[in-house]
Design a protein around this ligand. Structure first.
Ligand SMILES: Nc1ncnc2c1ncn2[C@@H]1O[C@H](COP(=O)(O)OP(=O)(O)OP(=O)(O)O)[C@@H](O)[C@H]1O
Ligand SMILES: [Mg+2]
Length: 326
């Protein structure tokens, strides 16, 4: 099975992710896949939450925090600015406080609290998570390509979905029980919608969003998750471990792509000893990759003579990944 066939045989898989350790080629493959799909006529969004702005680098275009930016016909790229989103949260909270308590301005103590809360790492995570959910549930594109951060983090996001879900389940249950008591009490003071009801509604909305998005991310019918690996000992070991972990979180894996393969035909040419040794070493690791990941290797991409930036280079990678243009 080739990468191209995986796409052709699973036309309903519209959420695409490339996982793997840092610097192996996740962003490169995300961009190349987005490029290839766009060329096929699909409307594609490739997005990231990485403040390092690597999509901006690869597309040679500053897109950070600017929403979806059209790179070429059908191809949109977006880099989410978590800070911007946190600021929006803060404004929302200020507005709620002002409305609820009929205040003119936010008291200093409260403002300090709002500032402190925004500095919490959990706040950033939740802002990112929220932004991703927004994108994924919006349904404006044929394909969504999530350019992930390195493995550890990606796992964290995925596991977070189930943690959030549990947490919200518990609270929702509590709130529902309280509502039952309230119904009894409400016989006496019926008219106004209680604050509890409002909170419950909000929680249910959050739960719906999380279920929808984590449902999508763990559904093999809708999502393809590819692992990027390179022919190196440590990377092969780590990837194997990560794959086991993903299985534990029930994130379905769709296959592996080997990147940075030194073209072996060089070996028959007059090349320096140094390069020859590297090719021999790589040969062993390629054997190991085929042993460990077997028939799940979907594509091999060579080591290019330079780094991958700009559409012509992206096109070359896409041709390697998917086997020729069109
Ligand atoms: N086959 C290749 N040939 C040459 N350069 C490559 C190849 N694949 C990737 N690169 C280069 O390697 C660097 C890292 O690639 P990339 O940014 O795609 O990795 P990443 O997995 O997204 O990294 P991070 O984990 O930091 O997000 C980039 O400069 C990219 O251009
Ligand atoms: Mg990247």
């Amino acid at each position: 099975m080739s990468l191209r066939e995986t796409f052709e045989k699973n036309p309903n898989r519209r959420y695409i992710m490339f996982g793997g350790k840092g610097g192996l080629g996740k962003t490169t493959f995300s961009a190349a896949t987005a490029y290839w799909l766009a060329k096929q006529g699909f409307k594609v969004l490739v997005f990231s939450v990485d403040p390092q702005a690597s999509l901006s680098d690869i597309f040679k275009c500053d897109i950070f925090g600017r929403g979806p930016v059209e790179i070429m016909p059908n191809l949109y790229a977006q880099e989410i600015d978590a800070d911007q989103r946190i600021k929006a949260y803060q404004d929302e909270i200020r507005k709620k406080i002002i409305d609820m308590y009929g205040m003119e301005t936010i008291p200093d103590e409260v403002e300090n609290y709002i500032q402190a809360a925004a500095a919490e790492p959990a706040m950033e995570e939740s802002a990112i998570f929220d932004a991703v959910v927004d994108i994924v549930v919006s349904g404006q594109y044929d394909y969504y390509i999530y350019d992930l951060v390195p493995l550890g983090h990606a796992l964290y996001y995925l596991s977070m979905a189930s943690v959030y879900d549990e947490w919200i389940d518990k609270i929702t249950q509590l709130r529902t029980e309280m509502e039952e008591y309230n119904k009894v009490a409400a016989v006496m003071k019926r008219n106004k919608e209680s604050e509890e009801d409002q909170i419950l509604r909000e929680l249910q909305e959050i739960k719906y969003r999380i279920n929808t998005s984590s449902g999508i991310l763990t559904d093999k019918a809708k999502t393809a998750f590819f692992f990027v690996v390179i022919p190196e000992e440590m990377i092969i070991l780590d990837t194997k471990k990560a794959a086991d972990l993903f299985a534990k979180f029930q994130v379905p894996l769709s296959g592996y792509i080997v990147n940075r393969v030194i073209p072996t035909e060089l070996a028959s040419q007059d090349i320096p000893e140094y390069l020859r040794n590297r090719i021999i070493m790589q040969d062993n690791y390629m054997k190991e990759i085929n042993q460990v990941f077997g028939g799940q290797v979907l594509a091999q991409v060579p080591e290019f003579e330079r780094d991958i930036t700009g559409l012509p280079m992206i096109e070359r990678v896409a041709n390697e990944l998917f086997g020729g243009a069109g």
